[in-house]
Design a protein around this ligand. Sequence first.
Ligand SMILES: NC(=O)c1ccc[n+]([C@@H]2O[C@H](COP(=O)([O-])OP(=O)(O)OC[C@H]3O[C@@H](n4cnc5c(N)ncnc54)[C@H](OP(=O)(O)O)[C@@H]3O)[C@@H](O)[C@H]2O)c1
Length: 393
Amino acid sequence: MSQAVSILGSTGSIGVSTLDVIARNRDKFHVLALTANSNVQKLAEQCSFHDAACAVIARAELANDLTAALRKLGCRAKVLSGTEGLLEAAGLSQAQIVVAAIVGAVGLGPTLAATAAGKKILLANKESLVIAGSLFMQAAKAAGATVLPVDSEHNAIFQSLPAGWQKGLQACGVERIILTASGGPFLNTPASKMAQITPGQACKHPNWEMGRKISVDSATLMNKGLELIEAHWLFGADPDLLEVVVHPQSIVHSMVAYRDGSVLAQMGTPDMRTPIAHALAWPERIEAGVERLNLTRMSELTFREPDLERFPCLSLAYAAMRASASAAITLNAANEVAVEYFLDSRIRFDQIAAVVGQVLERADGTMVNSLEHVLEIDQTARSYAMERIREIQ
Ligand SMILES: NC(=O)c1ccc[n+]([C@@H]2O[C@H](COP(=O)([O-])OP(=O)(O)OC[C@H]3O[C@@H](n4cnc5c(N)ncnc54)[C@H](OP(=O)(O)O)[C@@H]3O)[C@@H](O)[C@H]2O)c1
């Protein structure tokens, strides 16, 4: 039977790749609801092409424009809008699968709503786990939701773990979880040149095509830091178990090392449609439309330690993961603000880490036990980040 899929953030890079995989597997999946923030035209075209039943635009003032664009294309999809619309779409009873592909902390509310509704969640929105890992995993357990990682590293780890790993990694003989990092476009850029990096250069990733925010995070290595925290919550991994190695070719997507010396890796060409297809069909395998890996045509696979001095964001994330849940929320919020200002050319590339570092100093170790508390810490960190930015501008 064909499964109904809702995609939160369908107009973004992950959303578009997911729709491509669905289109290749129409006998198995169909689209139920699609959402965007402001890209009315693209959302309307997607809804029309995939015959979606529901279209949601987060910016409520664009609801009439969306209705007009849909009707012009002959699409009768129901239109919802604003935060309420996103939450409603996330929990629609007809959906079996919800793809969480909104970028940033703003994705947490809808992702949690889908989780509470007991859906199969394809999690791309890593920020949900970074800022509310404990709440999120508890909500999934309570509602019987299945959380499947779409992030390529976590998907690779998931594929390299044995059945029953949920009972405890050490009990399964896991000694280390090794996340690979491409190193981003500035892997070999000297520290003295970091200040001149432009948003255009930062968004040009050598191996992956992604949205602008995650592209900058990949360039600062903050993305790898967020992924460490994501892995910590997703796999119940002690921070000491988690390691990062730089692997510029992005062929090995991550690895799990076992007590007997075995290291299991998942490999493939760098294309997000592989982890998306894996998570959509799990435990089966479906066509993803990706270029096949040809080992004999590959020049070499190399691995090296990350340079924490040139990429201080990774150290900051390690520190936040070890410190407290509120430190992780603070790290993420400060980073989101700093990246936005960098993308607007209002601060320099090297100032992203400086802002995050200063804001992180203010984080305390208070317990975080509700969504309201998460959002309060997030807001405080954002205000403080903007203050710091005003000082350096
Ligand atoms: N891209 C990748 O290869 C990749 C890999 C691993 C993990 N991820 C994670 O997946 C998530 C999505 O990444 P992406 O690269 O696909 O991002 P993206 O291309 O920037 O797309 C973001 C999506 O979220 C929507 N959105 C943005 N702000 C919103 C708001 N305030 N309210 C509601 N919706 C909003 C956007 O709508 P509009 O189009 O209307 O702006 C768009 O549909 C991120 O958490 C990222 O870390 C991405």
